[in-house]
Write a protein that binds this ligand. Structure first.
Ligand SMILES: Nc1nc2c(c(=O)[nH]1)N[C@H]1C(S)=C(S)[C@@H](COP(=O)(O)OP(=O)(O)OC[C@H]3O[C@@H](n4cnc5c(=O)[nH]c(N)nc54)[C@H](O)[C@@H]3O)O[C@H]1N2
Ligand SMILES: Nc1nc2c(c(=O)[nH]1)N[C@H]1C(S)=C(S)[C@@H](COP(=O)(O)OP(=O)(O)OC[C@H]3O[C@@H](n4cnc5c(=O)[nH]c(N)nc54)[C@H](O)[C@@H]3O)O[C@H]1N2
Ligand code: SF4
Ligand SMILES: [Mo]
Length: 882
C-alpha cells in the first residue's frame, strides 16, 4: 500500500505516494490530492526511489573511526557540551542546523539552545537561503509572513520572476504556471535574471539585468507607478506608513536606472507598463534576490511596489518569496535562526522572552541574538566557539569561504555531525558522527512556501542504528540534566507542544497560530492532512491569505515602507574582472549526497561547469569543453567551460553542487567571498569578483567502469553514477607515458582482464578497453583534445554483451556502428531520451513538445525537460531557416 508523504527536496512541498515492493524497490508517484502539486512531480521527485538505498549510509554512531554504542556517543556529546559551557559559558557552544530537518527536530534543537543552554548560538543553513526575505518581511510587515498561496500564481495576470530559475528549482510551480498560461494566454510572465535560464521559456519578457541591479529596477518602478497615477492611495493611507520617504529616495532619473540595471529604456518601459496595468500581479523571488549584499533592500524594494498598489493578500496578487528547502519555513517558524526566538516571537522583545521562558519553564532564556552562520564559523575559527553540533547540512561545501570553514572545524576542539551519509566533506572533520534517519525512515512535519504544513511519513525501516534527529538532541538534553523538558516519546508529542506554543498568549497579536493542533493525539497526527497556517483553536480558517485589509504585525498594525537607497556601484577590481554567480542545475540537489546516487539524475549534467559568454571565452582563448580555473582571493575551482550566449559578458556561472566526493577541485564555495547583507547576515553567494583562466591540459580523458574509480592522479576529474557503474572525466597537465599501466590503475583491473588498445597515431589518442570474458570491465579514452566520443553510447556499452570482436573494436574505436545510433546528452531523465533522439524526431516532422513526446516519450512523465525540448525544436528551426 502506498504511503502518503512529502518530497524531501524543494520548498514547493509536493505530496508523494511511496510504495515499497516485495523485492525492496521503492517507487513514487505524485499525490493527486496534495494541494501543492495535484499529482505532479519533477525529475528529482520522480527519481526518489533511486536515492533511498543504503549505499554510503552512516550506520553507527562513531567517535573518531570507532563505532560506538549510542549511549557512549550521547554521553560524550553531553559531557563535552556541559564541560565547555561550565568552563567558557553558554556562548562557547553552537548548533548549526538545516531547513532539511523536520519542524519537530528543529523545535527540539531551538528549545535546548535558547531555553536550556541559554545561548542563541543556533543558526541554520536558511541563513544562506531565506534570511534576506525574513529580514525584509519583518521590516515591512513586522513579522516573517508570506502573505499568499500557490493558487495566486494561477489567478494572476502578470507573474514577475526575480532571481528565480523556477523551471529548474521549483519545477512543479513552473509547471502550474505553464499550464495556467496554456489555458489563459493573456497571463504574462517577466523574468529578471542576468542569465537566460530555461525559465525564459515561459517568459514574455526576459530582462538580463546587471548583477544586483534589482534595487534600482524596483525603485524606478515605484517612481513610474507614482508618475502614472497607478498608486492605491486608499490602501497607502489606511494601512501603511512611510510612503513619502520611500518615494523620495527613488529619484527621478530613468537614465540612472538604465545605467544601474544595464537595461535599455525600451525594456524598462515594457516591464513598467506591464506591471502598472496588471492589477493581479505576483512577484516571485528567490536567491537572485536574497543572496546579495543588498538582499534585504531588494526584498523591500519589491514589497514597496506591492504595498503602493495595494496588491497584497488578494487573489492573484502579492510579493511571494519561494523557499528553497522542504522545511525552510518550518525552521523560521520554530525559531531556528539566531536572531529569532520561537514561534515567530522576537529575541529582542523582553515580553516575548518572558512568554517563551514561562511556556518552557526554562531555567534560562537567551535574550539577545546569537551568531549568524558566517560569524558563527568565524567564531569557531578564532576559538570563541569550542564545541559545535552540525545537523543535516554540509557547510564545508555550502558556506562561503568554504576552505576557511574547513580549517575552522579542523581546529575546533569538539565537532559533532549528524548526517545520513558516512563520508561527506563535513563528516570527515567530525569528532563524533551520529547516524540519522533519512527521508522515508523519519516521521514529522514540514512547511512549504505557501505556509502549508504536511507530514513526512515513515515507509522504510532505518538501516543499522540510525535514529531520528529530534531523538538525538532530546537524549543529549536529558544527559545534560534537562530530562523533564525533553521527555517526548514521539514527534506527535513535540508537534503538539509546538502548536500550543504558537497559541500561548497569542490572541491574534502574532501571525503564526496553529492552536487548533495543540494537544493533538498520535492517531490524528498520523492521519494529518496538509493544512495552511494560521489555524487558531476554535476558529474555522480565517483566510488563506494575509494583509488584504491591513492588519500587519507592527505596533500600529500598519505596514512600513522602507526608504531603500540605490546601492553604491561595486568597486571594479582589475585583478578580478569577472563576477562569479553560483546556483543550481535541474537534476542535482545541493551537495549531491542523495541525487548523486541516481544514474538518471546524474545523466542530465554530468560535470561541474563555468558558463561564459562567447566574447569573453574568445578573449581568454577558451573553447567549449576546455577546463577553466575560476579563482578569487579565497580559493580556486577547476571546471569545464560552457560557452553560451545565455550568459552576460563579464559574468561567469558555476553550479554549487560538486564536492570533493565527486570532483578534484570544484567546490565553488571555496571561491565565494564571505561577504554578507548588513541586515540579514545572508552571504552574497551570487557576486564574487574572480579571475577566469584557461587551464592548459596536455591530457583529456573519459572513462567508464563497473566499480567506483580510484581517485585519479589528475588536476581535474569528476565522477558520476551511471546505470551499470561509474563514469569519470579527467584532465591533466601531462600525458601518461605508459598508457596501459595508467588505464589498469584507473580501472583497478584484475590480472585476468584483457586489454584492447587502439592508438590513433595521427592524433596521438589512445582508447583502451578492458574485458573480463565478454563483459566490458571498463574503457578509457585519452586524448590531447577534449574527448569527442559519445558519452551516452559508451555508457550503454558497459551493460551490453561483447562476445564478437567487431563489437569490442567498436568500443575502442569509440564510434557507434550504424545499427547503434548515438543518443546524445540525456535530456529526459525519466525515460533516458537523448538530445540526438529528440533532434531526430524534430527532423522527421515533430514540431511541438507534445509531438516529440508522442514519438519518443520524452517529457511525458514529470515534464521537467519540456523547456529543453522546446529549445531543441527552436534550434532546429533556426538551422533549417539558415
Ligand atoms: N534542482 C534543484 N532545485 C532546487 C535546489 C537544488 O539544489 N536543485 N535547491 C533548493 C533551494 S535550497 C533553493 S534556495 C532554491 C533556489 O532557487 P533559485 O533561487 O531559483 O536558484 P539559483 O540557481 O540559486 O538562483 C536563481 C537565479 O538567480 C540569478 N541571479 C544571480 N544574480 C542575480 C541578480 O543580481 N539579480 C537577479 N534578478 N537574479 C540573479 C541566477 O542567475 C540564477 O539563475 O532551489 C531549490 N530547488
Ligand atoms: N555558492 C553557493 N553556495 C550556496 C548556495 C548558492 O546558491 N551558491 N545556496 C545556499 C543555500 S540556498 C542552501 S539551502 C545551502 C544548502 O547547502 P547544504 O545544506 O550544505 O546542502 P545539502 O547537500 O542539502 O546538505 C544536507 C546534508 O544533510 C544530510 N541529510 C539529508 N537528510 C538528512 C536528515 O534527515 N538528517 C540529517 N541529520 N542529515 C541529513 C545530507 O546527507 C547532507 O550531507 O547551500 C547554500 N550555499
Ligand atoms: S517540485 Fe520536485 S523537488 Fe520540489 S517538492 Fe515537487 S517533486 Fe520535490
Ligand atoms: Mo536554499
Amino acid at each position: 500500500m502506498a504511503v502518503c508523504t512529502t518530497c524531501p527536496y524543494c520548498g514547493v512541498g509536493c505530496g508523494v505516494l511511496a510504495t515499497v515492493h516485495p523485492d525492496g524497490a521503492v517507487t513514487v508517484k505524485g499525490d493527486p490530492d496534495h494541494p501543492a502539486n495535484f499529482g505532479r512531480l519533477c525529475s528529482k521527485g520522480s527519481a526518489l526511489g533511486e536515492t533511498v538505498n543504503t549505499d554510503g549510509r552512516l550506520l553507527n554512531p562513531r567517535i573518531g573511526d570507532r563505532a560506538v554504542s549510542w549511549d557512549e556517543a550521547l554521553a560524550q556529546v553531553a559531557d563535552r557540551f556541559v564541560a565547555t559551557i561550565r568552563d567558557y559559558g553558554p556562548d562557547s557552544v553552537a548548533f548549526y542546523v538545516s531547513g532539511q530537518i523536520t519542524t519537530e527536530d528543529y523545535y527540539v534543537a531551538n528549545k535546548l539552545m535558547k531555553g536550556f543552554i541559554g545561548s542563541a548560538n543556533i543558526d541554520t543553513n536558511s541563513r544562506l537561503c531565506m534570511a534576506s526575505s525574513v529580514a525584509g518581511h519583518r521590516r515591512a510587515f513586522g513579522s516573517d509572513t508570506v502573505p499568499g498561496s500557490y493558487e495566486d500564481l494561477e489567478q494572476a495576470d502578470l507573474i514577475v520572476l526575480v532571481g528565480s530559475n523556477l523551471a529548474w528549482c521549483h519545477p512543479v510551480l513552473y509547471q502550474r504556471i505553464a499550464a495556467a498560461r496554456n489555458k489563459r494566454p493573456d497571463l504574462k510572465v517577466v523574468l529578471i535574471d542576468p542569465r537566460r535560464t530555461m525559465t525564459a521559456d515561459i517568459a514574455d519578457l526576459h530582462l538580463a539585468i546587471r548583477p544586483d541591479g534589482d534595487v534600482s529596477l524596483f525603485l524606478g518602478l515605484l517612481r513610474y507607478l507614482a508618475d502614472h497615477d497607478k498608486l492605491d492611495l486608499d490602501y497607502i493611507e489606511a494601512h501603511t506608513n512611510g510612503f513619502e520617504e520611500a518615494l523620495e529616495t527613488c529619484g527621478h532619473a530613468p537614465v540612472a536606472v538604465a545605467a544601474a540595471t544595464g537595461l535599455s529604456q525600451d525594456e524598462l518601459q515594457r516591464f513598467y507598463a506591464l506591471f502598472a496595468d496588471a492589477e493581479k500581479t505576483v512577484t516571485v523571488y528567490s536567491q537572485g534576490v536574497n543572496q546579495s549584499v543588498v538582499g534585504t533592500d531588494k526584498v523591500n524594494a519589491i514589497i514597496n511596489c506591492h504595498l503602493a498598489t495595494g496588491r497584497i493578500g488578494r487573489p492573484g496578487m502579492g510579493p511571494f518569496s519561494v523557499t528553497g528547502q522542504p522545511n525552510a519555513m518550518g525552521g523560521r517558524e520554530v525559531g531556528g535562526l539566531a536572531n529569532m526566538l520561537a514561534a515567530h516571537m522576537d529575541i529582542e522583545n523582553p515580553e516575548h522572552c518572558d512568554t517563551v521562558g514561562r511556556f518552557w519553564s526554562a531555567p534560562t532564556i537567551a535574550d539577545r541574538a546569537g551568531l549568524k552562520a558566517v560569524d558563527m564559523f568565524r567564531a569557531v575559527a578564532d576559538g570563541r566557539i569550542k564545541a559545535i553540533w552540525i545537523m543535516a547540512t554540509n557547510p564545508v561545501d555550502s558556506m562561503p569561504d568554504a576552505d576557511g570553514v574547513a580549517a575552522a572545524l579542523e581546529t575546533c576542539p569538539f565537532v559533532v555531525v549528524s548526517d545520513v551519509i558516512a563520508e561527506t566533506d563535513t563528516t570527515r572533520l567530525a569528532d563524533v558522527r551520529l547516524p540519522s534517519l533519512a527521508w522515508g525512515e523519519k516521521d514529522g512535519t514540514v512547511t512549504n512556501s505557501e505556509r502549508r504544513i504536511s507530514r513526512q511519513r515513515t515507509f522504510l525501516e532505518g538501516p543499522g542504528e540510525a535514529r531520528a534527529d529530534w531523538w538525538q538532541m532530546a537524549e543529549v538534553a536529558k544527559r545534560m540534566g534537562f530530562g523533564h523538558a525533553f521527555d517526548w516519546t514521539s514527534p506527535a508529542e513535540i508537534f503538539s507542544e509546538y502548536a500550543a506554543l504558537t497559541a500561548f498568549e497569542n490572541n491574534g497579536v502574532r501571525d503564526l497560530d496553529i492552536g487548533a493542533y495543540a494537544g493533538i493525539e498520535s492517531d490524528a497526527y498520523n492521519s494529518l492532512k496538509p493544512f495552511q497556517w494560521p489555524q487558531p483553536a476554535g476558529v474555522s480558517p480565517i483566510s488563506s491569505r494575509f494583509f488584504a485589509n491591513g492588519g500587519f504585525f507592527t505596533p500600529d498594525r500598519k505596514a512600513r515602507f522602507v526608504a531603500v537607497k540605490t546601492p553604491a556601484k561595486p568597486v571594479e577590481q582589475d585583478a578580478y574582472p569577472f563576477v562569479l554567480n553560483t546556483g543550481r542545475i535541474r537534476d542535482h540537489w545541493h551537495t549531491m549526497t542523495r541525487t548523486g546516487k541516481s544514474p538518471r539524475l546524474s545523466g542530465h549534467i554530468a560535470e561541474p561547469f563555468a558558463e561564459l559568454h562567447p566574447g569573453d571565452a574568445d578573449r581568454l582563448g577558451v573553447a567549449d569543453a576546455d577546463i577553466v580555473e575560476v579563482s578569487s582571493d579565497r580559493g580556486v575551482a577547476r571546471v569545464r567551460a560552457l560557452v553560451t550566449e545565455r550568459q552576460l559578458p563579464g559574468a561567469v556561472f558555476v553550479p554549487m553542487h560538486w564536492t570533493d566526493q565527486f570532483s578534484a577541485c570544484a567546490r565553488i564555495d571555496a571561491v565565494v567571498a564571505p561577504v554578507t547583507d548588513p541586515h540579514s547576515g545572508q552571504p552574497a553567494s551570487k557576486a564574487t569578483a574572480v579571475v577566469v583562466r584557461r587551464y592548459v591540459a596536455a591530457l583529456f580523458g573519459f572513462a567508464i567502469m563497473a566499480g567506483k574509480p580510484n581517485r585519479p592522479d589528475a588536476d581535474y576529474w569528476t565522477i558520476g553514477r551511471i546505470a551499470a557503474g561509474w563514469r569519470l572525466e579527467f584532465a591533466h597537465s601531462q600525458y601518461p607515458e605508459d598508457v596501459e599501466n595508467f588505464a589498469r590503475k584507473l580501472l583497478g583491473l584484475r590480472e585476468r582482464a584483457q586489454l584492447l588498445v587502439f592508438r590513433d597515431g595521427r592524433r596521438g589518442d589512445h582508447r583502451i578497453a578492458a574485458f573480463e570474458e565478454s563483459r566490458l570491465a571498463g574503457v578509457v579514452y585519452l586524448s590531447t583534445q577534449p574527448v569527442a566520443v559519445s558519452r551516452s553510447w559508451a555508457i550503454e556499452q558497459l551493460a551490453a554483451d561483447h562476445d564478437d570482436l567487431s563489437a569490442r573494436w567498436r568500443v575502442v574505436a569509440g564510434r557507434p556502428g550504424a545499427d547503434m545510433p548515438d543518443k546524445g546528452a540525456i535530456i529526459c531523465a525519466c525515460f533516458g531520451v537523448g538530445a540526438n533522439e529528440i533532434e531526430g524526431a524534430v527532423r522527421s516532422g515533430c514540431d511541438t513538445v507534445e509531438a516529440v513526446g508522442k514519438a519518443t516519450c520524452a517529457g511525458t512523465n514529470c515534464g521537467s525537460c519540456k523547456s529543453e525540448i522546446r529549445e531543441i525544436i527552436d534550434d532546429c528551426r533556426i538551422v533549417a531557416a539558415e
